[in-house]
Design a protein. Structure first.
Length: 363
């Protein structure tokens, strides 16, 4: 494949990014149609239930799709779900060649879309620039290969590793710029998970404020439903907290006692008298949540790390100091050897306002 091919696929990947904050539970996908070296159509998947990337690109190309080459970031779908099959649509439009970044790990489609194209006589190149597509769709890949979402843990602390004063006060450690950046983490997630103590202490809504999102189509992105799961093994949640007025809130518990709450109560198995996080993640995958953001206190955050269930950690570090009396970032299990320490790989470091944002993957 040529540098020109790489350029067209790179454009398709950039288009796919437009659906990053709104397409879930579907994957974000981009498509570019090229005829005689010129782009004649392009599209991306914006919202579940609306047109897929290929359908939108075909619509924008019209009759110019005939004889074109399609560059698609994910294998075209083979089945009729909320929308018709994209593989059949490409065939019917007279596309002659399809360049696909990666195969779809969804077993409903995996390989079937490619088969439809090849049986219709189209030339298919796959994979092409797969690493970039895999990074963009890591939640989709995790849900369909590991049967759990991609888990991102968001933390905020002072330079000396503290998250709150000794009395629990924590608003606000980080700057308005960092808090606005968190809106993108929430928007990229299909669900948000927190602990009951965080809800009791802070009474958050964990919602997305469109005016702070600073992305195109912010209002639409903010309007996509993202359930908040509150881990509450002992059913301590007060009915007066803000999240009890949000219909999509789910209280996750291990308790058998009756709960008269205005939201869904999900009962899961216990692990050391707390909600089994592995069981929770399997349930979240079954509910089609591909990327999940944990915004929680040191105990739940520490459990994620201890159990090696976090895929990525995002830490906002404020240039402030609290001292020994402050609350620590994580409650981690004590280790006896340095070789047992949790290992991270730094992926990115950015300055946001006065703060530092560190993104790390968990090895």
């Amino acid at each position: 494949m040529s540098l020109e091919d790489q350029g067209f696929m790179a454009k398709a990947l950039r288009l796919a990014e437009n659906g990053r904050y709104s397409a879930h539970p579907n994957p974000c996908v981009g498509c570019v149609l090229v005829r005689r070296g010129n782009v004649v159509g392009e599209g991306f998947h914006m919202l579940a239930g609306q047109g897929h990337a290929e359908a939108n690109a075909l619509a924008s190309a019209g009759i110019d799709a005939l004889g074109s080459i399609a560059y698609v970031t994910l294998e075209p779908c083979s089945f009729h779900g909320r929308t018709p099959s994209c593989a059949h649509a490409l065939v019917d439009a007279g596309v002659t060649k399809v360049v696909v970044a990666m195969l779809d790990p969804d077993e409903r489609n995996a390989g079937k879309g490619i088969q439809i194209l090849r049986e219709a006589g189209l030339e298919v190149v796959v994979p092409f620039m797969e690493d970039a597509a895999q990074e963009l769709l890591k939640g989709h890949v995790s849900r369909h290969t590991k049967h759990r979402p991609f888990v991102r843990l968001k933390l905020a602390m002072t330079l000396d590793g503290k998250t709150a004063l000794s009395n629990g006060e924590s608003r606000w450690i980080t700057s308005p710029e960092s808090r606005a950046d968190v809106q993108k983490l929430r928007a990229a997630s299909g669900a948000i998970v927190t602990g009951v103590q965080t809800v009791i202490d802070d009474d958050p809504r964990l919602s997305i404020r469109s005016e702070e999102l600073h992305v195109e189509h912010a209002q639409l992105c903010a309007g996509v439903e993202r359930p908040v799961y509150i881990l509450d093994s002992g059913l301590r949640i007060p009915e007066t907290v803000q999240l009890m007025s949000v219909p999509s809130t789910v209280v996750v518990t291990t308790s058998d006692r009756e709960a008269n709450l205005p939201v869904e109560v999900l009962r899961l198995s216990a692990l050391e008298n707390r909600v089994d996080i592995s069981a929770l993640l399997q349930e979240l995958a079954a509910r089609e949540h591909s990327e999940v953001l944990f915004e929680c206190g040191p105990t739940l955050a520490g459990s994620l790390i201890n159990q090696r269930l976090a895929d990525e950690i995002v830490i906002y570090i404020a240039p402030r100091l609290i001292g020994n009396s402050g609350r620590s970032l994580l409650n981690l299990a004590e280790v006896a050897r340095m070789s047992d320490l949790a290992e991270l790989s730094i992926k990115n470091i950015r300055v946001i306002g006065p703060d530092i944002k560190v993104t790390a993957s968990v090895n």
